[in-house]
Design a protein around this ligand. Structure first.
Ligand code: XMP
Length: 535
C-alpha cells in the first residue's frame, strides 16, 4: 500500500495534514520527526510538519534528512520549510512582527507542479514567529505574500519544496489543491485508499491473521468497538464472541437498545448485567479517580469471568483508533497521551491483541461503518466515557441518582437529535467532511444539532441543592448542568452555541418531567482550561 510519511515536529496541525492526505484517498503515517522508516518500500513521499520551536532553539527538533532528500519528493510546511532552508545554508530570523493570519499568495512560475491550477492571490494562512530571510544556493523562490518574501521555494531541478504557510488549514483556500498536487501529481499516489478498499483488504488480512482461532471483543456501545466488531464478524463470523458489560451507568435504555442493534447486525454477543456489583462497590465513593479505579477494576473482573468461559480464545480485539496511538510531541519532547481506557488489556489472559482500526481517524471509522451497512444512529453516536454516568454525577452514586440523570440526559439528547438546523459555508463543510450524510441544496444542508456537535451530556450536581417553586409548592432539589462541545479530537473543545429556543424548551421539559431536578444550567467552559467531563 503506497504511503506518505508525515514527520511530526510537534505542530498542533500535524494530525490535520494527515487527515487532508487521507481525504485524497491516500494512506499516510504520522511519525515522530526522527523515526523515518528507511526500510519501508511503500513510501512515496515525505511531508515535514510545523513545530512550536524556532530552528535555532537549543531544544529544536533536528533530524538528518540525508537518507530522505533525493530519494523521495519532500514538502516542508512552516517549520519544515524553515528547517530545510536553514539546514542547507539559508537564513531564518525572527520576523519583525509575528506573521499570523490571512495573506494572499503571488506565485512566479506558471508551470511549477506544486501550484498547478492555483489562482493568483489565493488566500493562504500564515502562523509563524520566524521567517526565511535567505534561501540556500541552488534553491529558488516560487511564491511571496505582501509580508513574506520566501512564502514558497523549491530546490532547482529537485522534487523538494518548502511553504511557510499552512495548506492543511481551512483558511488556506486552495490548500487542499496544493496537497493534491504534491501527493497525487508529484508523489504519484494512485488514490486507492478508501473505505471500500479498507474493508476488502482488512477482511482478507484478518482472515489470514486469525484463521480458525477464536476472538473475544469488548463492546462498549461506542462507534469504534462496534465497527471493529462488524468488521471482524465479516472476516471470521461465529468465531468472534463479543462481550457487552452493563455497569448500570449507561444512558437510559442504552444496554437494551444497543444489544438489539448488535443482534440485528448478526453479532454473536453476550450481554452481562453487572450493575448490582458496580453499585455495591461504588457505594459512598465521591472521589472521581476512585470511581474510575473501582469501575476499571470491576470491569476487568466481570469481563475476565465471561471471557474465561469462551474456550480456546486466542485473540483479544479492541477498537483502538489512530489518534489513540499517534505519539504527538509537545514542546518538552514528552509524549502526550490523552487515552482513557476503562479496562485495559487483561494481561493474565495471555491473548494476542488484534486492533483492526488502528490506522483510522474517527471520521474514517464512521465511513467504514457506513460501508459495512451499519445503522446511522450507531455510527454517529457521540463519544461516551467508559465509566459512564458515574463521572457525570458529582458526589456519591446511587441507583436513584442514576435514574434522575438518565431521564434528564434522555430528554436533552432526544432534543438534540430532533432539532434541525440549516448550515452553509465552513460550518456545512465541516459537518460534511466528518461524513454526516446530508444533502446540499442551494448551498445549504440540514442536520440535527446532535450531528453538529462532538459530544453532549447532562451532569447531575447532586452535591448542590437549590430552592424553587412548582405550582404552590416550594422545592429544594438538585440542578442539572448541560454540556455540549465542538471538537475534532477531544484534546481541545469549545462549548457549542446552542440556540436559545432549544435551551428554553429542554430546560422546561427537564424540570417538568424529571422528578428531583428543579434547575437547569448550561456549561460555557472550553477545554482547556476546563475538561469535557466534569469529573
Ligand atoms: P476530558 O474530560 O478529559 O475528556 O476532556 C476527553 C474525552 O475522553 C472521554 N473521557 C473518558 N473516556 N474513560 C473513557 O473511556 C474515562 O475515564 C474518560 N474520561 C473522559 C470524554 O468523554 C471525552 O470524550
Amino acid at each position: 500500500m503506497q504511503k506518505i510519511i508525515i514527520l511530526d515536529f510537534g505542530s498542533q496541525t500535524t494530525q490535520l495534514i494527515g487527515r487532508r492526505v487521507r481525504e485524497l484517498d491516500t494512506f499516510c503515517e504520522i511519525l515522530p520527526y526522527n523515526k523515518f522508516p528507511h526500510e519501508d518500500p511503500d513510501v512515496i513521499g515525505v511531508i515535514l510538519s510545523g513545530s512550536p520551536f524556532s530552528v535555532y532553539d537549543q531544544e529544536a527538533f533536528k533530524v538528518d534528512l540525508s537518507g530522505i532528500r533525493g530519494k523521495y519528493p519532500l514538502l516542508g510546511i512552516c517549520y519544515g520549510a524553515q528547517y530545510m532552508s536553514y539546514t542547507y545554508g539559508g537564513k531564518v530570523e525572527p520576523a519583525g512582527s509575528r506573521e499570523y493570519g490571512r495573506a494572499n499568495l503571488e506565485w512566479f512560475e506558471q508551470d511549477n507542479p506544486l501550484f498547478a491550477g492555483f489562482c493568483q492571490n489565493s488566500q493562504v494562512w500564515m502562523s509563524h514567529g520566524d521567517t526565511i530571510t535567505a534561501i540556500p544556493d541552488g534553491f529558488k523562490k516560487i511564491a511571496s505574500t505582501a509580508k513574506v518574501n520566501f512564502a514558497a521555494y523549491q530546490a532547482e531541478n529537485e522534487p523538494l519544496w518548502g511553504v511557510q504557510f499552512h495548506p492543511e488549514v481551512f483558511h488556506s483556500v486552495q490548500g487542499s489543491l496544493l496537497l493534491k498536487n504534491f501527493v497525487v501529481d508529484i508523489c504519484g499516489s494512485r488514490q486507492d485508499w478508501s473505505a471500500a478498499s479498507f474493508v476488502e483488504t482488512t477482511v482478507a488480512e484478518l482472515k489470514q491473521q486469525i484463521g480458525e482461532d477464536r476472538v473475544i471483543l469488548g463492546l462498549s456501545g461506542g462507534v469504534d468497538s462496534s465497527v471493529a466488531a462488524v468488521l471482524l464478524n465479516r472476516a471470521i463470523g461465529k468465531n468472534l464472541t463479543c462481550i457487552f458489560v452493563d455497569h448500570g451507568m449507561l444512558r437510559k435504555n442504552e444496554f437494551r437498545d444497543v444489544m438489539h442493534d448488535y443482534e440485528c447486525l448478526g453479532l454473536n454477543v453476550i450481554g452481562v448485567d453487572a450493575s448490582q456489583k458496580f453499585f455495591a462497590d461504588l457505594q459512598g465513593v465521591t472521589d472521581p479517580e476512585q470511581k474510575r479505579k473501582i469501575i476499571g477494576r470491576d470491569f476487568v473482573e466481570v469481563f475476565n469471568a465471561e471471557a474465561k468461559k469462551i474456550t480456546g480464545a486466542k485473540w483479544l480485539a479492541q477498537g483502538t483508533i489512530y489518534p489513540d496511538r499517534i505519539e504527538s510531541l509537545n514542546i518538552t519532547g514528552k509524549v502526550i497521551k490523552s487515552h482513557h481506557n476503562v479496562g485495559g488489556l487483561p494481561k493474565e489472559m495471555h491473548l494476542e491483541l488484534c486492533e483492526p482500526l488502528k490506522w483510522l481517524f474517527k471520521d474514517e471509522v464512521r465511513r467504514v461503518g457506513r460501508q459495512l451497512g451499519m445503522p446511522e444512529h450507531l455510527i454517529t453516536r457521540h463519544p461516551f466515557p467508559g465509566p459512564g454516568l458515574a463521572v457525570r454525577i458529582l458526589g456519591d452514586i446511587t441507583p436513584e441518582k442514576v435514574r434522575i440523570l438518565q431521564d434528564a440526559d434522555d430528554i436533552y439528547i432526544r432534543g438534540l437529535r430532533e432539532y434541525k438546523v440549516k448550515l452553509s459555508g465552513e460550518e456545512a463543510r465541516k459537518v460534511l467532511a466528518a461524513g454526516v450524510p446530508a444533502q446540499m441544496t442551494d448551498g445549504e444542508i440540514e442536520v440535527s444539532l446532535y450531528d453538529q456537535i462532538w459530544q453532549a451530556g447532562a451532569i447531575l450536581l447532586s452535591t448542590v441543592r437549590s430552592v424553587g417553586v412548582m405550582g404552590d409548592e416550594r422545592t429544594y432539589e438538585h440542578p442539572v448542568a448541560l454540556r455540549a462541545v465542538t471538537s475534532t479530537d477531544a484534546m481541545t473543545a469549545d462549548w457549542a452555541h446552542l440556540p436559545y429556543d432549544f435551551m428554553a424548551q429542554v430546560s422546561n421539559d427537564i424540570i417538568n418531567h424529571v422528578k428531583g431536578v428543579n434547575r437547569v444550567c448550561y456549561d460555557i467552559s472550553s477545554k482547556p482550561p476546563a475538561t469535557i467531563e466534569w469529573e
